[in-house]
Design a protein around this ligand. Structure first.
Ligand SMILES: [Zn+2]
Length: 86
């Protein structure tokens, strides 16, 4: 039990990834809980899930395809940054 404490919610990934990577996953997951930003006007908290995988910004009306529950652009950008640091 003590081992999973260090990486928090990322503990479910087990030993497949390094400890430092699992810590990064936890940081990413914490970011995911923040209001999602529109990829066009960057307004946070205005994205509405129209249907599974379809997101619409209530501010600028921008509609785009993303993840089922999380706008993929937000995650994709995060992972892109993280990969460059590896
Ligand atoms: Zn927008």
């Amino acid at each position: 039990m003590g081992r999973t404490k260090v990486v928090g919610s990322a503990g479910r990934y087990g030993a497949r990834y390094g400890a430092s990577l699992r810590k990064r996953i936890r940081i990413i997951e914490e970011k995911m809980r923040e209001p999602h930003r529109c990829p066009r006007c960057f307004t946070p908290g205005k994205l509405k899930r129209v249907s599974i995988g379809i997101w619409k910004c209530k501010k600028c009306g921008f509609t785009f395809a993303g993840g089922a529950w999380i706008p993929r652009t937000t995650m994709g950008k995060t992972f892109e940054i993280e990969e460059k640091r590896v």
